[in-house]
Design a protein around this ligand. Structure first.
Ligand SMILES: C[S@@+](CC[C@H](N)C(=O)[O-])C[C@H]1O[C@@H](n2cnc3c(N)ncnc32)[C@H](O)[C@@H]1O
Length: 247
């Protein structure tokens, strides 16, 4: 565990990476809708009636401890931050990455409101955390995270698989990884499928992606949950340790 000392006190300062203006021009429609909708996201996203149990389950399954340093991929307005703060405490740290400056502006306001001094907000493409391209934020990932999660974002991010790979690489062996994402409800909840489909379409969700499957594929000690009739899928596991030398 390595608290983010030295960066604390930034109060939700938004870092911008080197090639951002180039990347800004290339932003897809998916980010565009969050840019336009950032102001109303917390109200219209059905957080309380529908989606909150999903994010709380994902965070719980990370088994965060005081002092942990956590990466939030596609953090949006920071709806995960209160529960993560409660778990990691003031000696821990949160790094939120999002490609929409407008969503990060809402997140920064949340950080200010709560007076948190251990949150860094990074405006970047989540698929490109490790210095491979123009939006490199290499210093951010120099020290491995104790845990990483993504809630309702991997099915939206253009290169969601790349963002997942970056999150795995940024997490220490044995660290927790969790994904919370969306599918159409089934069983007696299937009657709500048209509404769910509309919500997913409006949010730019690629329903074929099913990113919780990547958790089952790439981590160990996997737990999977299905909430709201299968509309919310939660998966969490640990980053496997590399095989010992000579085995
Ligand atoms: C549905 S919102 C989810 C926000 C937050 N995780 C939550 O649970 O409320 C999806 C977020 O993904 C962000 N996003 C889309 N493409 C991205 C990318 N390539 N890199 C980082 N964030 C991205 C959007 O800006 C938006 O904030």
């Amino acid at each position: 565990m390595r608290p983010l000392r030295g960066r604390s006190g930034m109060l939700g300062h938004v870092k911008r990476s080197a090639g951002q203006s180039t990347a800004n021009r290339g932003r897809g429609r998916r980010v565009g809708r969050y840019t336009l909708g950032a102001r109303v996201y917390d109200v219209v996203s059905l957080e309380w009636p529908v989606y909150r149990p999903g994010r709380l389950a994902g965070i719980r399954l990370l088994r965060l401890r005081p002092g942990d340093r956590v990466l939030d991929i596609g953090c949006g307005t920071g709806l995960n931050f209160p529960a993560m703060q409660a778990a990691v405490g003031p000696t821990g740290a949160i790094v939120g990455v999002d490609q929409s400056e407008q969503m990060l502006a809402r997140a920064r306001a949340r950080v200010r409101r709560h007076g948190w001094r251990n949150v860094d907000l990074v405006c970047a493409d989540a698929a490109d955390l490790n210095g491979a391209g123009p939006m490199s934020v290499e210093p951010m990932t120099a020290d491995p995270f104790d845990a990483a999660l993504s809630t309702f974002a991997l099915s939206i991010i253009g290169d969601g698989a790349g963002a997942w790979r970056a999150a795995v690489q940024a997490t220490r062996p044995g660290g927790g990884l969790a994904v919370v994402d969306l599918a159409l409800p089934t069983g007696r909840w299937a009657v709500l499928a048209p509404l769910a489909r509309l919500a997913c379409f409006t949010g730019g969700v690629d329903l074929d992606r099913k990113p919780w499957r990547w958790v089952a594929r790439d981590t160990s000690q996997v737990t999977q949950l299905s909430l709201r009739g299968g509309h919310i899928r939660v998966a969490a596991g640990s980053r496997p340790h590399p095989p010992a030398a000579g085995t």
